[in-house]
Design a protein around this ligand. Structure first.
Ligand SMILES: NC(=O)c1ccc[n+]([C@@H]2O[C@H](COP(=O)([O-])OP(=O)(O)OC[C@H]3O[C@@H](n4cnc5c(N)ncnc54)[C@H](O)[C@@H]3O)[C@@H](O)[C@H]2O)c1
Ligand SMILES: [Zn+2]
Length: 331
């Protein structure tokens, strides 16, 4: 099956859309600030963002309402327009992929993390029994709008939360992108907007080589996510921040194993990672739910040799837990 490539639109303001056949699924946090644009949609569904929204438990009730809202729209012209961060995108994308066996999908990411990463590449996801992204589909949006006025207005903690995915893609890609990223000492929205096209293209370059994750080439995008997902699920850390910590963990472990260049690091204090690791007593329980797990309690793990050179290998969960404990004590 060929993989649809989303049309990318960089714009200053929210797009003009065909409000008649579209259902807007949006984060309620955006209600006031963007009320005049949101109200143009006669059919709209506001959600409360976060991992709870992605919980399978609540899904059928969401779907009941969305189905009612969609009444009267012919299936072939129906579109879900998602306006929100990564959690709303994962949820709304999943809805679009299964509603009437698949309807149109437009992403308008409202966080840096979703603009840089989650709205591209077609992965949709729901969580099940506390474990992240256990259910999902591959369903690229028809269009992704990257809107400067929306992203530039984000509070600074949302800039910080995006950095996990920024450093991740920089380390994977290496070259000029890593050079640009590693030179930035203090991040702000202007730098992210400037780098946005190259960050998106770097992700899409990998996705397009292996869109359905069949050849193993897309696995590199999981750098920082094995440990990151545990921190996110167990401690409720924001996804991008958890990935930043998970990436630092991978660099530390790689150095111990003689894989990673000794001087390669991230601008984050080691003790912050150690403290977060120390908070979790039972990482093994979370790790055993990882989708990257294979037989014999081994898990696929991503190391960085140097920027642009990635090593995908298998490690035993027990080894990872031992390393977890070692890094937790490095305060
Ligand atoms: N599908 C993928 O490929 C992929 C990739 C990376 C991450 N993800 C998923 O994305 C999620 C994380 O993304 P996220 O951090 O964007 O999550 P999110 O949707 O939970 O948003 C983070 C916070 O920002 C707030 N917010 C959103 N837009 C805002 C705005 N314009 N102004 C002020 N506040 C705003 C939200 O209400 C929320 O509190 C996780 O569920 C993760 O698993 C998916
Ligand atoms: Zn991620």
């Amino acid at each position: 099956m060929s993989f649809k490539k989303s049309q990318l639109h960089f714009s200053n303001s929210l797009p003009k859309v065909d409000f008649k056949n579209q259902i807007l699924v949006y984060d309620q946090i955006l209600s006031n600030k963007y009320s005049s644009w949101i109200k143009k949609f006669p059919r709209r569904y506001s959600v409360s963002s976060g991992e709870n929204l992605k919980d399978l438990k609540h899904f059928s009730s969401h779907l009941d309402t969305i189905l009612k809202i969609s009444e009267g729209i012919p299936k072939d012209t129906m579109q879900i327009v998602v306006f929100g961060g990564g959690s709303v995108g994962d949820f709304g994308g999943f809805v679009a992929s299964i509603l009437k066996r698949g309807v149109g999908l437009i992403h308008i990411p409202s966080t840096w993390l979703s603009a840089i990463d989650s709205s591209h590449g077609g992965k949709t996801a729901l969580n099940c029994a506390q474990f992240k992204n256990q259910i999902g589909t591959f369903y690229p949006a028809d269009k992704v709008y990257l809107v400067k006025s929306v992203l530039s207005a984000l509070p600074s903690e949302r800039v910080f939360e995006a950095l996990g995915e920024v450093y991740k893609i920089g380390l994977i890609s290496g070259g000029g992108l890593w050079k640009n990223i590693s030179q930035i000492k203090v991040w702000d929205e202007r730098q992210l907007w400037k780098l946005l096209p190259s960050l998106v293209q770097a992700k899409l370059k990998i996705v397009n080589k292996d869109p359905y994750e069949k050849k193993g080439l897309r696995h590199v995008l999981n750098l920082g996510h094995t440990v990151g997902h545990v921190l996110e699920s167990a401690s409720g850390l924001p996804h991008g921040y958890a990935v930043l910590l998970g990436t630092l963990f991978a660099l530390n472990w790689g150095k111990k194993r003689g894989i990673t260049q000794p001087r390669l690091t991230l601008p984050l204090d080691q003790w912050i990672l150690s403290n977060e690791l120390a908070e979790i007593n039972n990482p093994g329980v979370y790790l055993s739910q990882d989708k990257k797990i294979s037989a014999h309690s081994q898990i696929r793990y991503i190391f960085v040799k140097s920027p642009g050179k990635i090593v995908v290998t298998k490690v035993k969960i027990s080894e990872l837990v031992t390393e977890w404990k070692r890094q937790a004590l490095r305060v």
